[in-house]
Design a binder for this molecule. Sequence first.
Ligand code: AMP
Length: 112
Amino acid sequence: MDCLFCKIIAGEIPSTKVYEDDKILAFRDINPQAPAHILVIPKEHIGGVDELNAENSGVVGYIFAKIAEIARQEGLKDGYRVVSNVGEHGCQSVRHLHFHILGGKQLNGNMV
Ligand code: AMP
């Protein structure tokens, strides 16, 4: 499958890893939009939030529990934003489910 994030999981493309286990990988975004910008992805290929269903969505709760841990490790004690872009209108550029953790500064209050 020609998926950038599957290649990162496979080690075919380098990444700056923040956390990894058998289910998920967290790594630093190559084009950071905030002082802390981390992507958290499932190792199973799921295209995006729009491909979640009753069978494959268990990993999302697991990811969010790890997001809280990672944010603590990163020292984001004043808060942060978790974002998942979906499809064309959502400006999703990589079709592998991922959650952005953005923090380390006061973020803009506008969502769009
Ligand atoms: P999205 O636009 O929501 O699909 O997010 C995709 C994100 O992946 C963007 O923030 C990119 O900067 C990031 N990205 C693309 N290629 C890489 C890479 N090789 N390593 C780390 N982050 C990447």
